[in-house]
Design a protein around this ligand. Structure first.
Ligand SMILES: CC(C)(COP(=O)(O)OP(=O)(O)OC[C@H]1O[C@@H](n2cnc3c(N)ncnc32)[C@H](O)[C@@H]1OP(=O)(O)O)[C@@H](O)C(=O)NCCC(=O)NCCS
Length: 170
């Protein structure tokens, strides 16, 4: 990960470049809602020493003590160098500075690399639910408490709402 820096995005032009990177995602993600992306609580960029943006990740739009991670993407030529991990650790640091008490993330079951990245950063798996979009996709829900005495069960239950749990039959 030579010369890569993880920085908080504070320029509109960098935000637009980050949106272009997210638009280029190759994991069958749904199209980016640019308006929603631009309202993220924090966008972290991975920049080379030349200033090129080769990765980005966000704490999504919202407020309060619960924060959602999203929009993680690393340029194909820069993968397997720890950049996603660096972006995720930086998001945790920024979330703490924002007073966020618990982070959560949702990941499609087949996205094993993203799952491994979250677990490596300290996240824990909560449960699998069917996608709310009615696609039949299984989505894993993950959490990381950042403060003591967080009632994980209550918070996560309120987030999943009436989604249908995927029951393991093995
Ligand atoms: C998922 C993604 C962000 C990972 O980026 P990355 O910079 O290559 O990840 P890192 O190098 O930081 O890897 C962190 C850990 O994740 C896991 N991981 C990453 N890529 C992996 C892969 N292809 N296969 C298995 N595990 C993988 C590993 O545990 C890795 O740690 P290790 O290298 O010490 O074993 C990148 O592949 C990507 O942009 N994919 C397309 C977009 C996407 O899927 N975004 C996430 C949506 S939820």
């Amino acid at each position: 990960m030579n010369g890569i820096q993880f920085v908080l995005c504070d320029k509109q032009e960098d935000l637009a470049l980050a949106a272009t990177l997210v638009d280029s995602r190759d994991d069958n993600a749904h199209p980016l809602d640019h308006e929603y992306f631009f309202h993220s609580r924090a966008v972290i960029l991975a920049k080379t020493s030349e200033g090129d943006i080769v990765g980005c990740a966000a704490i999504k739009a919202g407020s309060g003590i619960v924060g959602e991670l999203g929009y993680l993407v690393v340029s194909p030529c820069y993968r397997r160098q720890g950049i996603a991990q660096g972006l995720t650790l930086k998001r945790i640091e920024v979330a703490k500075s924002l007073g966020i008490a618990i982070l959560f993330a949702t990941i499609r079951a087949e996205n094993t690399s993203s799952r491994a990245n979250l677990l490596k950063a300290g996240f824990q798996f909560w449960r699998d639910y069917l996608s709310i979009r009615g696609t039949g996709n299984t989505v894993g829900w993950y959490y990381l408490p950042l403060k003591e005495h967080v009632d994980v069960e209550t918070v996560m239950q309120s987030l999943v709402g009436n989604r249908v749990p995927v029951v393991c039959t093995n």
